[in-house]
Design a protein around this ligand. Structure first.
Ligand SMILES: Cc1ncc(COP(=O)(O)O)c(C=O)c1O
Length: 444
């Protein structure tokens, strides 16, 4: 036993005056025990309850805790190679090699990110020859990936549209849209989108809801490869959406998280933004480079706010920077340098376009293989929606109970709404997955 002096970092030391140590001693066998156990501070956190797990990232937590060798994670939307390993795009490898040879520093970048990156990002979303770009009407800031762009965008809307209460989202939408909206003291409202019986968009209902929304509402529209449904509007429908939004003076907030994943062509996938601009809309665009550059953890993204003229664009940009500064001062530099190196070099940009097409094609191949394996496993259910849907996710139609059974009995993890990340399936695992699904759905 050792006699130790309490370090006094506790409420008992208070009466002896500020800064004075509690002089009580105590005995302990522990070598290190800085505070007498009786003198431990009363925690101010004792009433903090444990929060619920994130519905998407929580799937990965459960997956990691499972020690089964045949476990499968179909929860998180990351592209995998054909062996199920994480994938670094060849153009990214090349850009990193080039950066490595340069004498790069690690200085802070500007609050809104580097101008070169911002210009390249805007061109990719709006098109190089967009009048908004040529006339310098877009305020762009680099953000912490797509999530950061949505968040800064929502904060900006809340700050400068004081009467705004809602952002309107599709039913269903990406789970994180809602907490992002609430985090900016706005409320999410829903417009009808997905018809699960016909695996299609409820066009008339969607248009009706947009039309019924109060004038000057903010409408969030996913540009391509809709998450989680995998169903995008046709160009005909986009035209009607544009018309309703214009008539109702709605402000469109585009979420561009999967440019290239719908058709394999990055310009085709950005068509809705460019069409809306042609029609006179001045949208906000949240842009992510997580999926189409495979730069998930680098957190590279941009927020673009289209304005009426260069003076407005400058003012808006300055306000976006005022929002960013107290939150994280300035964005990270490495991922943005990779993106700029690729988009700023015609050879690398071409290589990137091929890499994106490769990922999109692979996803389509896996969809087909998945359906044929389900048939082979004896499932009689109609799975044709799996090949009708596009992009990274498949809205399988599996019920919550079936998803739970897949996890508990077969170590296959996906979100409980039945959304499965297609690149999480490989040639080696598709047979096991199909067999397991056939079993939990009782071959129906
Ligand atoms: C629809 C949608 N928007 C935005 C994001 C943001 O992703 P990140 O913050 O990784 O760029 C995601 C990611 O899954 C998404 O699915």
């Amino acid at each position: 036993m050792i006699a130790r002096k309490c370090l006094g970092l506790c409420r008992h030391s208070a009466p002896s005056g500020r800064g004075k140590l509690c002089a009580r001693t105590y005995s302990t066998s522990a070598k290190r025990h800085p505070v007498h156990p009786e003198h431990l501070c009363e925690s101010v956190w004792s009433r903090v309850p444990k929060g619920p797990m994130d519905p998407i990232l929580g799937v990965t937590v459960k997956f990691l805790a499972d020690s089964a060798p045949n476990k499968l994670n179909l929860g998180v939307g990351t592209y995998r190679d054909e062996n199920g390993h994480s994938y670094v795009l060849p153009c990214v490898r090349e850009a990193e090699a080039r950066l490595h040879q340069q004498d790069i520093d690690h200085e802070y970048t500007c609050i809104g990110g580097a101008e070169r990156f911002n210009n390249l990002a805007a061109s990719l979303a709006f098109g190089e020859t967009s009048p908004l770009i040529l006339n310098r009407q877009i305020a762009t800031v680099q953000t912490l990936s797509g999530t950061g762009a949505l968040h800064i965008g929502a904060d900006f809307l809340k700050s400068w549209l004081p009467n705004l209460r809602y952002i309107h989202y599709s039913t269903p939408t990406w789970g994180n849209h809602i907490p992002i909206c609430l985090g900016s003291q706005l409320e999410p409202k829903r417009y009808r989108y997905y018809d699960s019986v016909n695996i299609a968009i409820e066009e008339d209902n969607m248009l009706e809801d947009l039309n019924d929304a109060p004038s000057s509402s903010v409408i969030m529209l996913q540009v391509s490869a809709h998450n989680p449904t995998g169903i995008d509007p046709s160009r005909e429908l986009w035209k009607k959406i544009s018309e309703v939004c214009k008539t109702k003076k709605h402000l469109v907030f585009f979420d561009l998280a999967y440019q290239g994943f719908a058709t394999g062509n990055t310009d085709n996938d950005a068509w809705p933004i460019r069409y809306f601009v042609e029609q006179g809309h001045l949208p906000l665009v949240s842009q992510s480079f997580a999926k189409n550059f495979g730069l998930y953890g680098q957190r590279v993204g941009a927020l673009h706010v289209a304005t009426a003229n260069p003076t407005e664009a400058e003012s808006v940009k300055s306000q976006l920077e005022l929002i960013i500064r107290p939150q994280y001062s300035s964005p990270p530099i490495h991922g943005a340098r990779i993106v700029s190196t690729i988009l700023g070099d015609p050879v690398l940009k071409n290589m990137w376009k091929k890499d994106v097409r490769h990922m999109a094609d692979q996803i389509k191949n896996i969809r087909q293989l998945f359906v044929s394996q389900l048939k082979q496993a004896g499932s009689t259910r109609d799975w044709s929606h799996i090949t009708k849907q596009i992009g990274m996710f498949c809205y399988t139609g599996l019920k919550e109970e079936e998803c739970r059974d897949l996890a508990e009995l077969y170590h296959i993890y996906m979100t409980l709404d039945g959304r499965a990340s297609i690149p999480g399936i490989s040639k080696n695992t598709v047979g096991y997955l199909a067999d397991s699904i056939a079993k939990v759905t009782h071959y129906q």
